[in-house]
Design a protein around this ligand. Structure first.
Ligand code: NDP
Length: 257
């Protein structure tokens, strides 16, 4: 199955930490001989460190291009593909992973700025990235070819008190993904959603504005997934036979059930 990645270019958003970072490593380990990885996020230093780690671990067969990209900035996305060196533009897999959560607030207390940041990153950013890359996929023969893998969340399926902005954003991701899948039916473009439950990343700290004690209290008793658990699922879906679409996957730790 790893042969199916040979010669391909993979673009990952939010590759500087957590699930995106692990996904980059997992793609590299799965196809160490002939792969290109375009790694994007705002923290470009972390992307460069990751590029070094990949080169040290798997060698020169995987080519890595770290690119600074803020998905909440529509202008940056608009110019993104044109700014890539030509040999990096033939993207086959887009992993729309960049996302965040800002605190927990019941409806009357929702902060307008937090709402803007969460929606412009998780929803508008994901849609704009998809719009930017889709023409590359659609330009391939036979109605097009490529994989769009969107990282949603269990929160897009099950709301919780205080989670409204985040839950609504991930429900929007889910709905957009479903719409896109239906629009692209009968093409060779696969549209895939992976919805994680709790995963140990920087994410829960962001959620509680860096208050580790509070984060630990909320998650007490739950043994989270690791980012590698989600990365393995993402790479698995991308390496199936072209006729196989693992369209919609919910992955949560046994303890969270
Ligand atoms: P992390 O906080 O570790 O990683 C989030 C990534 O998103 C970082 O690389 C960050 O990079 C990037 N990012 C955030 N904002 C932007 C932006 N405006 N532009 C570009 N990149 C951005 O968290 P996770 O790995 O956990 O999160 C990855 C995805 O998984 C998110 O979509 C999240 O909603 C989802 N998820 C996470 C769960 C969990 O429990 N951890 C559960 C369910 C879903 P940088 O700051 O460098 O820009």
């Amino acid at each position: 199955a790893s042969q199916r990645l040979a010669g391909k270019t993979i673009l990952i958003t939010g590759a500087s930490s957590g699930i995106g970072r692990s996904t980059a490593l997992e793609f590299a380990r799965t196809s160490p001989n002939d792969l290109r990885l375009v790694l994007t996020a705002r923290r470009v230093d972390a992307l460069r460190d990751l590029a070094d780690q990949i080169r040290n671990e798997v060698g020169q067969g995987v080519k890595v291009l770290p690119v600074k990209l803020d998905v909440s900035n529509a202008d940056e996305i608009r110019g993104f593909v044109a700014c890539l060196p030509e040999e990096w533009r033939d993207i086959h897999v887009l992993v729309n992973n960049a996302g965040l959560v800002k605190g927990v607030a019941r409806a009357p207390d929702i902060d307008e700025q937090d709402m803007d940041v969460v929606f412009s990153t998780n929803v508008t950013g994901l849609i704009n990235m998809t719009q930017a890359i889709l023409p590359i996929f659609q330009g391939r023969p036979g109605g097009g070819q490529g994989d769009i893998i969107n990282v949603g969340s269990i929160a897009g399926r099950e709301a919780y008190p205080g989670g409204s902005i985040y839950c609504a954003s991930k429900a929007a991701v889910r709905s957009f993904t479903d719409t896109l899948r239906k629009e692209l039916i009968a093409t060779r473009i696969r549209v895939i959603e992976i919805d994680p439950g709790q995963v140990e990343t920087e994410f829960s700290l962001v959620r509680f504005y860096g208050d580790k004690a509070k984060a630990d209290a909320v998650y007490a008793g739950v043994e989270p997934l690791t980012p590698d658990d989600i990365a393995e699922a993402i790479v698995f879906t991308a390496t199936r036979r072209e006729n196989v679409v693992i369209a919609d996957t919910l992955i949560y730790p046994n303890h969270q059930a």
